[in-house]
Write a new protein. Structure first.
Length: 294
């Protein structure tokens, strides 16, 4: 993320520094304060400028790329396709997807974050509340889903906990930095007082849950963290760790646009509920509900 100082923001906006400070005091310009200094995210300034543009009648703002970036989920991928939303997925991990969203590179982000100190905490909401640079955002529940260890049929190593992974010297395949499953793993290690370096990791890193499953099925890894739905689809054993919130983050102004409404309407259809039950490990009781707005 590119951050401007007050002087740089003034130059970028072609205003005097005094005016910038006045706008900060009024709360009318996107900014954040770090160690006593005001900083201005360029992406947010660009978005703030674009949102305030007065356009001639009939002129519409440029459309964002019809992409939901962030965490991969088989049910989400299926629903985007079957709903006719016209939206595609870009599996880059929760944190990277959220960054792309803030930078205006996609319409929405799919996230499932985990706090280092408490893997069961509602880290998605906490992340939104902690970001001073987040504006005009709404977070919608897609589902709650079950995350756990994927294992070969019969769980030959008898793995139940992260401590077992260490004790049995189980080969574990990781997810990319910032992916929700990787954040969950780091939280488990933190709680057990185990450094990441003690894990017997395998290469390469697995970009998605199905890649974790493939590594286990092929015998390249003994375990990895993914959803129950992924384990069921691959015919693998599954040891649950936690139920997590899996949410869609978008701009409020995009909430009522046709692509978003298509997927949100689809969440209420019987076919969607049936698919979730078929995959397994999904709780759809809050699907479509607004969980955060600012």
């Amino acid at each position: 993320m590119q951050l401007f100082t007050t002087a740089e923001a003034a130059s970028y906006l072609r205003l005097k520094e005094r005016k910038i400070y006045e706008m900060v005091a009024e709360g009318t310009v996107p900014c954040t304060k770090v160690t006593g200094r005001w900083l201005f995210p360029k992406a947010d300034l660009d978005q703030w400028l674009a949102a305030s543009v007065t356009r001639p009648h009939g002129m519409v703002r440029p459309e964002l790329a019809p992409i939901v970036a962030g965490s991969h989920d088989p049910l989400l991928e299926w629903a985007l396709r079957e709903s006719g939303s016209g939206l595609a997925t870009l599996a880059v991990g929760s944190e990277a997807g959220f960054t792309r969203f803030l930078d205006g590179e996609c319409l929405a982000a799919a996230i499932h974050l985990h706090a280092l100190e408490d893997s069961a905490a509602d880290a998605n909401v906490a992340a939104m509340q902690s970001r001073g640079d987040v504006q005009d955002v709404v977070m919608i529940s897609f589902c709650r889903r079950e995350q756990g260890f994927l294992l070969a049929p019969g769980n030959p190593l008898g793995i139940r906990t992260i401590e077992d992974v260490i004790a049995k010297k189980a080969r574990i395949t990781l997810r990319p930095k910032g992916a929700g499953a990787q954040l969950l793993l780091l939280s488990l290690l933190h709680g057990a007082g185990i450094p990441l370096e003690q894990l017997a990791t395998v290469s390469p890193v697995s970009p998605t849950g199905p890649d974790i499953a493939q590594a286990v099925r092929a015998g390249r890894a003994d375990t990895g963290i993914a959803t129950r739905g992924v384990a069921n689809a691959a015919g693998l054993d599954f040891v649950p760790i936690v139920w997590e919130n899996f949410d869609l983050v978008m701009r409020q102004r995009d909430y009522f646009h046709a692509p978003v409404q298509a997927i949100l309407s689809f969440l209420r259809k019987p076919d969607f509920a049936a698919r979730a039950q078929e995959l397994g490990g999904y709780d759809m009781s809050e699907a479509g509900q607004v969980r955060f707005v600012i």
